[in-house]
Design a protein around this ligand. Structure first.
Ligand SMILES: *[C@@H]1O[C@H](CO)[C@@H](O)[C@H](O)[C@H]1NC(C)=O
Ligand SMILES: *[C@@H]1O[C@H](CO)[C@@H](O)[C@H](O)[C@H]1NC(C)=O
Ligand SMILES: *[C@@H]1O[C@H](CO)[C@@H](O)[C@H](O)[C@H]1NC(C)=O
Ligand SMILES: *[C@@H]1O[C@H](CO)[C@@H](O)[C@H](O)[C@H]1NC(C)=O
Ligand SMILES: [Cu+2]
Length: 191
C-alpha cells in the first residue's frame, strides 16, 4: 500500500513538473537569442526547457539579466518576434485557421484566443473564442471537449492594423485557476 502511495505521489510530482500545454498548430513563435537577451538566462532556460510549461516557472527564475521593459513574460510567454520572423503567416480577412493545442495536463481554468497588437500588448477587438471553463480537471478523457484542443478561428478584417510583420499575432491564453498557472502561445501574422 505504501509503495502504491509513493508511486502515486511520484506520479503527481512528475505531472506537476512536466509541462502542461502549448499550441502546436499553427507552429507558434519559437524561442531564441532575442528572448535570452531580453529575459535573461534564467528565464530563457526555463522557457526553453519545456515549451508546455507555465509562465510562472519562468518567473521564478528571473535573474539580473531580466529586462522588464523588453521581456513581457505574460504576453506571448515572453517570446520575441525577432526570434522567429520567418514564421509570420499571411491571413486574409475571413481565413479560417485550424488550431491544435497539445494539452499535456488538465488544470481547471478559462481560456481565450484573441488578435493582439504586439506594440501595445493589447487585444484588438473582442476575443475570437472564449472558454469560460477550460481543461476541467474533474473530467476524464472521454469527457474532454474536443474544441479545447482542436478549434478554428476566423481572422477578421483588420483594416491596415496588421499590414506589417511584427504588428499582430493570434494569442491563445489559458489561465488555470486551480493552480494559478498561465499558458500562452502566439502565432505571428500579417494581413
Ligand atoms: C521559426 O520558424 C521557421 C518557419 O516555421 C522555422 O523553420 C525556424 O526554425 C524557426 N526559428 C527558430 C529560431 O526556431
Ligand atoms: C465548444 O464546444 C461546446 C460544446 O459543443 C460549445 O458549447 C462551446 O461553445 C464551444 N466553445 C468554443 C470556444 O468553441
Ligand atoms: C468540472 O466538471 C465537474 C464534473 O462534471 C463539474 O461538476 C464541475 O462543475 C466542472 N467545473 C466547472 C468549473 O465547470
Ligand atoms: C483571456 O483570458 C485571460 C485569462 O483568463 C484573461 O486574463 C483575459 O482578460 C482574457 N482576455 C480577454 C480579451 O477576455
Ligand atoms: Cu500543468
Amino acid at each position: 500500500m505504501s509503495r502504491l502511495l509513493s508511486a502515486l505521489s511520484l506520479c503527481a510530482l512528475f505531472v506537476s513538473v512536466l509541462g502542461h500545454a502549448v499550441v502546436t498548430t499553427p507552429t507558434p513563435r519559437a524561442i531564441g537569442s532575442a528572448n535570452q537577451a531580453a529575459c535573461g538566462t534564467g528565464v530563457y532556460n526555463s522557457l526553453k526547457s519545456d515549451k508546455t510549461g507555465p509562465i510562472e516557472f519562468a518567473v521564478a527564475k528571473i535573474d539580473s539579466g531580466y529586462n522588464a521593459a523588453a521581456c513581457h513574460l505574460y504576453f506571448c510567454r515572453g517570446l520575441q518576434f525577432d526570434d522567429n520572423k520567418s514564421n509570420t503567416r499571411k491571413y486574409a480577412a475571413g481565413t479560417v485557421v485550424p488550431f491544435h493545442v497539445d494539452l499535456v495536463a488538465h488544470h481547471t481554468g478559462r481560456a481565450n484566443v484573441s488578435i493582439v497588437n504586439l506594440a501595445t500588448q493589447k487585444t484588438i477587438g473582442a476575443p475570437l473564442l472564449v472558454w469560460p471553463v477550460y481543461a476541467n480537471e474533474s473530467l476524464g478523457p472521454s469527457q474532454w471537449p474536443k474544441n479545447e484542443t482542436d478549434f478554428s478561428v476566423t481572422v477578421p478584417n483588420l483594416g491596415s492594423q496588421c499590414a506589417t510583420a511584427g504588428a499582430c499575432a493570434i494569442q491563445w491564453w489559458w489561465y488555470a485557476t486551480s493552480n494559478k498557472q498561465t499558458y500562452q502561445s502566439c502565432v505571428d501574422f500579417t494581413q
